[in-house]
Design a protein. Structure first.
Length: 317
């Protein structure tokens, strides 16, 4: 844990609000598609997505939620005062177990003459864990690892401005890169984040859940946005497609973004034309300089309007 990491103030958590003042229980910073995430509970999905999203009657889901709910209620005032190691024993490791993970802690890996120590190596199964223990090289060992995770003391900021190990976001991506893992988990026990090395802006792109939120509100339905994303099954690749639940969500978001970009370009050209017509409707015999000025101001107007609408859609205004 870096000595330069700063504590964030212990303030009451504000609801993230979507259009229609509907509460959201996750924070997606560019990793997935927001509309696609929002649609998971509302629209018809593929059998693979449904299989990974529907938790009705799933004992592991209920057991994890009930344990977290009762433990948080009992220890929420104590957890922020625990050391990193104490927090891991009391809170983080039991959660990982209830999410179905086999894990090893403090695995040491030699890379470019330096020893690297991710907090957790996460395995698909006990069988994979046992196989890994028999490997003679670090590279062979991490072939059996499904993902890596890093834990911080509760209250430590998970963000930083430097691209070094004083920045927890940089640190988890670094561990992912040196171990060859696409997905990584970063947590301080309250905030849980997913990172992917496939993201364009790796260090600032993530999916985050604040567990205090759904535990405080006692929203078991919203627990899906934690359980279904951080459990072992979300990382396991399906044999037919060689993709995991998280892989499918990531690629669906990229596909959605490309579709939106194409539609926006087509609409933008049409809208700029209409705005130009509005600005020039009272002008008689505009010169080329006038038309250029009208066109430029039409673009300014459109981009400002899009910015405002985007902020309103995200509940920022």
């Amino acid at each position: 844990m870096s000595a330069s990491a700063k504590k964030y103030p212990d303030i009451k958590v504000k609801d993230n609000v979507a259009p229609g003042e509907r509460s959201l229980y996750y924070k997606n910073v560019g990793l997935f598609s927001d509309p696609y995430l929002d649609s998971l509970s509302r629209t018809k999905q593929s059998p693979f997505i449904l299989q990974n999203w529907d938790t009705e009657g799933l004992p592991d889901f209920s057991a994890a939620y009930e344990w977290m709910l009762s433990t948080w209620s009992e220890m929420k005032d104590i957890l922020p005062n625990l050391s990193e190691a104490q927090l891991e024993e009391r809170w983080i490791k039991p959660i990982l177990q209830r999410l179905g993970w086999e894990y090893e802690v403090q695995d040491r890996m030699k890379k470019w003459g330096k020893t690297e120590i991710p907090d957790y190596s996460l395995f698909e199964s006990k069988k994979a864990y046992i196989k890994a223990q028999g490997c003679k090289t670090d590279e062979a060992y991490f072939e059996h690892v499904l993902a890596v995770a890093d834990a911080k003391q509760m209250g430590i900021s998970l963000d930083g401005s430097k691209l070094d190990k004083t920045n927890p976001s940089y640190q988890i991506i670094w561990y992912q890169q040196i171990t060859g893992k696409t997905w990584g988990i970063l947590t301080d026990g309250r905030y849980w984040r997913l990172y992917s090395t496939r993201a364009q802006s790796k260090y600032s792109t993530y999916y985050e859940v604040n567990v205090e939120k759904f535990l405080g509100d006692r929203e078991d339905e919203q627990f899906k946005y934690f359980f279904n994303f951080f459990r072992r099954a979300a990382f396991v690749k399906e044999q037919n497609s060689a993709q995991s639940f998280l892989d499918v969500l990531f690629e669906s978001g990229e596909h959605y973004a490309r579709e939106v970009e194409t539609r926006l370009k087509a609409r933008a050209f049409h809208l700029v034309e209409l705005i130009c017509q509005g600005f020039s409707s009272d002008m008689k015999d505009p010169t080329d300089a006038d038309l250029k000025l009208i066109y430029n101001h039409s673009l300014y107007f459109l981009f400002r309007l899009m910015f405002i609408l985007n902020c309103e859609a995200k509940g920022l205004l």
